[in-house]
Design a protein around this ligand. Structure first.
Ligand code: ACO
Length: 712
């Protein structure tokens, strides 16, 4: 039965290991879904009570049938519902009244069919919630647990027992993977068809699989994440203990919006998924093949101590391809110890390569292969090994496979994978390796991808526990910041004027270029005297967003007369350009000496909230795309340092080609303050500081141009 766990989350054991299951809509007709589900439950060897529910039948598949839940002889933990859409509400009501805690609703005809279906789904959810039940679906294929065992689905087959939990938003992917897994002998712990995710979502099933005690790796195929915050809160804790690999397909249209800022243009919704997965320690697979290659690696191999890979090969070309793949996937080619190289030199022919990749060359037999592999595996500077083989006539792949199997036992703590290239001639050897728990692929890139998954997970696992605590900054003026935003709202605007944006930055301690809003030329002159020449003048009007288009910006004004002339020129051309525009005045800005041009920005993702961006700024920002992202809600100082150091801009900040290093601490400080600002004021939809000038170490930074947009 479902119980609230200590963390307040729901325990779904009653769904995967129920004492009694009812199949509502069970049928005697072999072509019907209600028949398949009942047959699957019985055939899976399920040991609990099974109650077929059918208004007309007395017996189905050798089991006594009941006309309703009320007539069942005992309590029901799980009801699998496969009745037509119109009959579902009455069935759910019946389940609720008779204390059923878990539902699998197979029936289709809900939000996937449009507006009417969506309304039906809302009613269904309300009913389920009213009774406090937990529901998988609707519009799903069902669920499977091989350890219970229970096959409460209408899939054609029952997977082999194993340690991979697989959750799929697509029923077709669920069915196809199950079928494929049987042909390759891959075992699973759970199979869940998520359906419309109306009540239980991927987050609930990830949590359940992580806690079941037998799932070693969790794989998901999803098209969206229902609740980004719940996902981060739950999955970030699990992802450091149980590997979670997600294949996320489809760019979310809900996330698309008119990008009024650079940050918005650069941060598509897929970027948000990438960032969220990374921050939660989830590995993102790009293809279905990668999803399962990683699963195989996680269920058969130990985690490596680091990312140094050694390759043993009997041919040069594939060795180079694998080397490229190692580097492309962010790992390193191990540097073999001098002693290892020396031993290889003595034991291998002179034409062999004694350095990584170690090439035992084309005429190698299994003994030479065995010798090289054992030396490389024993090297303390090697964290994992890839054994590659192409098949010339002189070698028996089966003997090489056996040598690898025997040798790898001497170093069980290091991952070993293989890539045996070829067709029928390597099939038997490949099978033998796989049966011995050594993943063997037909191409080198797949083998390297599998190793890189292990290394990435280890890197995440090895780091200090993540703190989800948002950055808080003391020396800020929240009240004034709130007042600025309220004023903009009262004015029925969503875009802040430049003087408002600058003031907002100041309330959060972000240095901005000295500026003032001048209503007349006298005031403009006074500001210029106060800031010191040269100065820039810019029109301020809510209706004029692209100020440069008509001469609304004048730079580098060096004398009082230049300032006065520019003031009147700007006002005149603004009036000609947009006669109805409300002109608030002219902003006078000190011309700053140039620094390294950076961008700091924020955009909002519908699923995961504010995304913080950092990178190389200026007018080429969209062209260069040298940017990195983090979720503002999970930005720690550590994450911010990492996001700065990930960019090419970091090389400039550290002092490029003899230039002095810049004030990186001040840059990091601005990012932290922006993260705090948007967390404390969620009405901020987008924010761009571009450029942010970074000066030499100790001389700080200065925001030159700031754009802030509020939610509609
Ligand atoms: N209580 C108990 N039994 C009932 C009730 C009820 N209230 N109402 C009807 N039944 C019985 C029927 O008598 C019938 O049994 P019978 O064969 O003995 O007459 C049985 O339930 C099924 O009812 P049918 O009217 O025959 O409905 P059918 O089996 O054709 O369809 C189904 C029902 C399968 C739920 C259908 O409505 C449906 O939704 N199909 C799509 C399912 C789907 O695709 N899900 C998503 C999968 S994921 C993917 O994309 C691959």
């Amino acid at each position: 039965m479902a119980q609230a766990s200590q963390s307040g989350s729901v325990d779904l054991r009653g769904m995967f290991a129920p004492q009694a299951v009812a199949v509502v809509g069970a049928s005697r007709s072999p072509g019907k879904i209600g028949y398949s589900i009942l047959k699957n439950i019985i055939d899976s060897g399920y040991r609990g009570a099974v109650y077929p529910i059918n208004p007309r039948e007395e017996e189905i598949l050798g089991r006594r049938a009941f006309p309703s839940l009320a007539s069942c002889p005992g309590p029901v933990d799980l009801a699998v519902v496969a009745v037509p859409t119109a009959a579902v509400p009455a069935v759910i009501d019946d389940c609720g009244v008779h204390g059923v805690r878990h539902l699998v609703v197979i029936t289709a005809g809900y939000k996937e069919v449009g507006k009417e279906g969506l309304a039906r789904e809302k009613d269904l959810l309300a009913m389920v919630r009213r009774y406090g039940m937990k529901m998988l679906g609707p519009n799903c294929l069902g669920l499977i647990d091989t350890h219970t065992p229970l096959n409460a689905s209408f899939a054609a087959g029952f997977p082999l027992k194993g340690e991979i939990a697989f959750l799929s938003q697509s029923g077709a992917v669920f069915a196809a993977i199950l079928d494929w897994s049987l042909s390759v002998g891959l075992g699973f712990s759970k199979f869940v068809s998520l359906g419309n995710k109306a009540e239980l979502t991927e987050v609930d099933f990830i949590r359940e699989a992580a806690a079941d005690g037998y799932s070693k790796v969790i794989l998901c195929y999803v098209e969206d994440v229902v609740d980004g915050q719940a996902f981060m809160n739950t999955v970030a804790g699990i992802g450091s203990k149980t590997p979670i690999v997600i294949l996320k397909a489809g760019a979310s249209q809900a996330g698309a919006r008119a990008a009024s800022s650079h940050t918005g243009a650069l941060a598509g919704s897929d970027v948000a998924y990438d960032v969220a997965f990374r921050q939660a320690g989830v590995l993102r697979a790009r293809t279905m093949e990668e999803l399962f290659d990683l699963a195989i690696a996680f269920t058969t191999q130990p985690l490596p101590a680091g990312d140094r890979v050694a390759i043993v090969t009997n041919s040069g070309g594939p060795g180079i391809i694998a080397t490229d793949a190692v580097e492309a996937r962010g790992m390193k080619m191990a540097e073999l110890a001098r002693e290892t190289v020396e031993r290889l030199r003595q034991g291998l022919p002179p034409t062999a390569s004694f350095y990584n990749p170690v090439d035992v060359i084309g005429d190698a037999d299994d003994r030479r292969y065995d010798f090289a592999f054992s030396q490389v595996l024993a090297d303390p500077g090697v964290d994992s090994v890839l054994c590659m083989l192409t098949r010339p006539a002189v070698i028996d792949p089966l003997l090489v496979a056996r040598a690898i199997i025997v040798r790898r036992r001497e170093h069980p703590a290091k991952p070993v994978v293989a890539a045996f290239l070829g067709g029928d001639t390597v099939t038997a050897a490949t099978r033998e390796l796989i049966a011995a728990g050594i993943p063997c692929f037909n191409f080198p890139e797949r083998a390297v991808t599998a190793l890189s998954g292990l290394a990435r997970f280890q890197a995440f696992n090895g780091r200090a526990p993540r703190t989800a605590k948002p950055i808080t900054i003391e020396d800020v003026d929240r009240e004034r910041a709130g007042a600025i935003l309220r004023r903009v709202r009262e004015d029925r605007r969503t875009v802040l004027l430049s003087d408002e944006s600058a003031e907002l930055m100041q309330t959060y301690g972000i240095p901005v270029v000295p500026s003032g809003l001048a209503a007349g030329s006298e005031q403009a002159l006074a500001f210029a005297e106060q800031f010191g020449y040269p100065v820039a003048l810019k029109i301020v009007s809510p209706q004029i967003l692209h100020k440069t288009d008509f001469g609304g910006v004048r730079l580098n004004l060096k004398t009082p007369s230049e300032v006065t002339d520019a003031f009147f020129d700007i006002i005149d051309s603004a009036r000609r350009y947009q006669p109805r525009a409300a002109i608030h005045g002219v902003e006078v800005q000190k011309m700053m000496r140039p620094g390294i041009e950076l961008i700091v920005g924020v955009s909002k993702d519908v699923h995961f909230g504010s995304l913080l961006m950092f990178g190389l700024g200026g007018i080429y920002v969209n062209l260069l795309k040298d940017v990195s992202f983090r979720l503002a809600s999970r930005a720690t100082w550590e994450e911010i340092e990492a996001m700065v150091s990930e960019t090419k801009a970091y090389a400039l900040l550290r002092g490029y080609r003899g230039k002095p290093p810049a004030d990186v601490d001040a840059v990091i400080d601005v990012l932290g303050r922006v993260a705090a600002l948007v967390q404390e004021f969620p009405s901020i939809a987008e924010l761009d500081i571009n450029p942010l000038f970074a000066y030499e170490r100790g001389e700080g930074v200065c925001a030159l141009d700031v754009k802030v947009t509020l939610n509609d």
